[in-house]
Design a binder for this molecule. Structure first.
Ligand code: ZN
Length: 237
């Protein structure tokens, strides 16, 4: 089986889509293929023309072959206080307040369905998200089965479980919110997981990585491709 990897662009939303689309197109050119985009679907406080523009862009990206996944509902912790990653990304402790962290069964389900209906109002009921990724990967014990009940792939920090129940070990390299002195180790870690011939590594990118970390990100993608890994979409799993 050919070695694979996932490129996942997080936090695409109604507030950042205009700035972000050119970044996505550039990454697509480098990768040679469209990739996974994690959409924050809430548009509650956005002006109507922004919502319309966002919808249009989502359809266009989908048309181009990008895979759209659901990334929470409001990603609240993100907007209110930024993301809090500490230490080496894929193995670290984080203390962001994530939307789904530690919720009760009822609250988790309520929020998941709020996310799904916000999604449906953007993309229509017939376009289901390929995957669900809780913001900052913090979760609760009920969420994975709630996501699978909706026939979506579930992603956590260390693994992926396809809608069909297949589990993949999946280390992730991510750079947003990391203190400066840990950036180099994080990129080094990314190189390692892409070079060692095991698992299904992910590169998780965020709007804040651009343009500051563009060169390093591009180099990391070249490393993956140079090591014979092929980019895949969630729905390929
Ligand atoms: Zn996020």
């Amino acid at each position: 089986m050919a070695r694979k990897f996932l490129l996942c662009f997080h936090d695409f939303n109604v507030w950042n889509y205009q700035k972000t689309v050119p970044v996505l197109e550039e990454l697509k050119d480098l990768l040679g293929a469209p990739f996974n985009i994690l959409v924050i679907p809430d548009t509650e406080k956005a002006p109507t023309d922004a919502i319309e523009g966002f919808k249009k862009e989502l359809f266009k990206l989908k048309e181009e072959g990008f895979e759209l996944a659901l990334h929470g509902y409001k990603h609240k912790a993100e907007f209110s206080q930024g993301r809090n990653y500490m230490g080496l990304v894929s193995m670290n402790l984080t203390h962001g307040e994530a939307e789904f962290a530690g919720l009760s069964e009822y609250e988790s389900s309520r929020l998941l369905h709020a996310g799904l209906s916000a999604w449906a109002s953007l993309l229509g009921k017939d376009t289901k998200p390929a995957a669900f990724i809780p913001p900052t990967w913090y979760s609760n014990k009920f969420l994975p089965s709630q996501v699978h009940a909706e026939k979506m792939l579930y992603e956590d920090r260390y693994s992926l479980v396809s809608a069909g129940g297949k589990r993949y070990v999946s280390p992730v390299a991510s750079f947003a919110g990391i203190p400066g002195f840990l950036l180099r180790p994080a990129f080094k870690f990314g190189e390692i997981i892409l070079k060692v011939p095991v698992g299904l590594p992910r590169i998780a990118l965020h709007p804040v990585d651009f343009p500051q970390r563009q060169t390093e990100v591009h180099n990391l993608i070249r490393t993956a491709l140079g090591n014979g890994r092929k980019p895949v979409l969630y729905s390929d799993l």
